[in-house]
Design a protein around this ligand. Structure first.
Ligand SMILES: C[S@@+](CC[C@H](N)C(=O)[O-])C[C@H]1O[C@@H](n2cnc3c(N)ncnc32)[C@H](O)[C@@H]1O
Length: 440
């Protein structure tokens, strides 16, 4: 059985696991990838197919004379992988069709070969017309689920198209230069010497966007901690929080430690940084990052929604980078388009509010808390923070004054408390930040 067909079959299995079983793409890929060498090709097909799922599935519906749901889930996913290659892929069409048809045998369903062959060949002939008809439906045209599209159009009347375009794009690779090792310009020169080009972010002082993503092992000085991978939008957190020398800092949802390490890189005088996370496996990633970057923090496995882990000493600064819908980082996790449901948003909001109330209680009077999320939905951001502020008269929203002190001009919008970056603006992820201070 050919390797190319095996790659398509594995991609189809991963897509079926996400679309049919609600599994996360990362874990689905870990189960289906036969060997390291094939991983990039399988990943690229599975990511691309999920990125365009709502468009491709609408096309499939038009190609079939029965509901797509009646197909075997892996054959349906394989047909979508085939349609992805024909409409968005780089493989020549005849090879894409032949290998995808061959993949029916790898999947143990040789009798589906005729159906997949007929579908893909018809799409080769009539693709433009079929795509045109599919695009009459906004969900297919924008390749986002209709509930999310409606929310984005309503909440971001001037930006929803940028957000949707970002959600359909391949993500850039942003780096964070470790200021303890040198300047951003010096690292740019190291990259250039290694044959890599990059551009500086207009608003995040340590951020560089690589022209071409690479494996981290190829980055000069990565193992020694000269640089980390982190989106430009996420790199604003330490600037909003403004931790100073001598302060005690809590990162309440810290794993894998990106923002905690950035804070420590920028302010060596922090007296103690407690990096808390509920997930023991993810907490190990904090330790790994601290060790690679030669930084020190107290890593604690515990639940930020209660104070069981707390030693009773208040914090001057608290970062709450809460679990959220991830709607600002869809370009990095296209499975979010399929996995999230409208009901999830209210659940996230309730959990975020509980976490915010819980950690705010640990903030010293006069101290600052930064709530951050990579959601672009108001329910998880300004509406949730607004609910918190209306019930706690000790808390003040100081985001605007903190924003004016940022080192560059971030593309932000500020209706209600906090401020938000739409995904795609300045090629950064979508993010929300709210700076709250406790009255002294
Ligand atoms: C958005 S990620 C944090 C990313 C991190 N701040 C960074 O910059 O690398 C959210 C984290 O919250 C953690 N988490 C979820 N619920 C939690 C809870 N109740 N208490 C502590 N951590 C929690 C998750 O395990 C996850 O690692």
């Amino acid at each position: 059985m050919g390797e190319a067909a095996g790659i398509r079959a594995a991609a189809a299995r991963a897509v079926a696991a996400v679309a049919g079983n609600g599994q996360r793409l990362e874990s689905a890929l870990a189960e289906v990838v036969p060997g390291r060498a094939q991983r990039p090709a399988i990943q690229s097909l599975a990511f691309g197919t999920l990125r365009w799922y709502f468009e491709l599935d609408a096309c499939l519906g038009l190609l079939l004379d029965r509901p797509a749901a009646a197909l075997d889930p892996e054959i349906r996913a394989l047909a979508l992988v085939g349609l992805f290659q024909l409409s968005h892929g780089a493989t020549p069409a005849h090879a894409a069709v032949a290998e995808t048809v061959e993949a029916t045998r790898v999947l143990g369903r040789p009798r589906a070969a005729g159906l997949v062959n007929a579908l893909l060949r018809r799409f080769q002939r009539e693709g433009a017309a079929i795509m045109g008809r599919a695009h009459e439906n906004p969900q297919a045209r924008h390749a986002h689920p209709s509930w999310l599209l409606d929310a984005l159009m309503h909440e971001w009347p001037d930006h929803w198209q940028v957000i949707v375009a970002a959600g359909n794009a391949e993500p850039p690779m942003w780096l964070r230069v470790n200021r303890r090792h040198g300047t951003r310009d010096a690292y740019l020169a190291r990259l250039a010497a290694a044959g890599m080009s990059a551009e500086c972010s207009a608003f995040a002082p340590e951020a560089l966007r690589l022209a071409q993503p690479v494996n981290v092992g190829e980055l000069p000085g990565f193992a020694e901690g000269a640089v980390s991978v982190q989106d430009a939008a996420a790199q604003l957190a330490p600037y909003f929080l403004a931790a100073q020398s001598g302060m005690r800092v809590l990162d309440a949802c810290a794993a894998p430690g990106g923002k905690a390490c950035h804070m420590l890189e920028l302010e060596p005088g922090i007296a103690e940084l407690v990096a808390l996370d509920i997930d023991p496996l993810r907490s190990k990633r904090i330790e790994e990052n601290l060790s690679r970057l030669r930084l020190t923090a107290k890593v604690v496995v515990g639940d930020a929604a209660n104070a069981d882990w707390w030693d009773g000493r208040a914090f001057d600064r608290i970062l709450l980078d809460a679990p959220c819908s991830g709607t600002g980082v869809i370009r990095r996790h296209p499975d979010i388009k399929l996995l999230r449901r409208p009901d999830d948003i209210a659940r996230f909001r309730a959990a975020q509010l509980a976490l915010l109330r819980s950690v705010y209680a640990l903030l010293t009077p006069g101290g600052r808390l930064l709530y951050a999320s990579c959601s672009v939905l108001r329910a998880e951001n300004s509406a949730m923070v607004g609910e918190f502020l209306s019930a706690d008269s000790t808390a003040l929203d100081v985001t605007e004054s903190a924003r004016l002190l940022l080192p560059g001009v971030a593309p932000v919008q500020c209706p209600g408390p906090g401020c938000a970056l739409p995904s795609g603006a300045a090629d950064a992820d979508g993010f929300y930040y709210a700076c709250l201070e406790k009255r002294a």
